[in-house]
Design a protein around this ligand. Structure first.
Ligand code: ZN
Length: 160
């Protein structure tokens, strides 16, 4: 079931051989990139660092961090930064996104706005919330945002 979440821990020190990446290697690499992006976070107001790394269908990876602003609502989450970077480079098909924070005992989950932002690009791709030690969970967008509103709903209006 969607609640049957297992914790998996990346062994950052032993990446697989180059050119022979297992799925787990790919995920761990994505988690590592999200942690590197977290280190770039601009968050002088919350001091809550977040990083994200999104994996496009062809293997390209785009990273992002949260970017806060003195006008608080103008700030941007890491996930939307990463996805916007990808879209602006021509990528709209994604396999996965990993999200990192400094939380040790808790997985970092995307906020509601980011779930909607991700959902624009499909429901069947994977989200990997992580803890600071690199352990992660796997969920689909559909699990994170059930009964969602998306592009198909807008086009459906023309069928009536
Ligand atoms: Zn967000």
């Amino acid at each position: 079931t969607s609640d049957n979440l297992s914790d998996v821990c990346c062994k950052m020190s032993s990446p697989g051989p180059v050119g022979a990446h297992s799925d787990e290697d790919v995920i761990c690499s994505l988690v590592q990139k999200s942690q590197e992006a977290r280190n770039q976070a601009y968050c002088p107001y919350s001091n809550f660092r977040v990083g994200a790394a999104v994996l496009a269908s062809d293997g390209a990876v785009f990273t992002g961090c949260n970017v806060e602003n003195a006008s608080y609502p103008a700030g941007l989450c890491a996930e939307r930064t990463a996805i916007s970077k990808a879209v602006s480079e021509g990528y709209t098909s994604f396999k996965a996104i990993a999200i990192a924070s400094d939380l040790k005992d808790q997985f970092i989950f995307p906020c509601g706005v980011c779930r909607q932002f991700m959902r624009e690009f499909g429901l069947e791709w994977n989200v990997y919330p992580t803890k600071s030690d690199g352990s992660y969970r796997q969920m689909t967008l559909k699990e994170l945002l059930p009964h969602s509103f998306g592009p198909d709903d807008l086009s459906a209006r023309y069928n009536h």
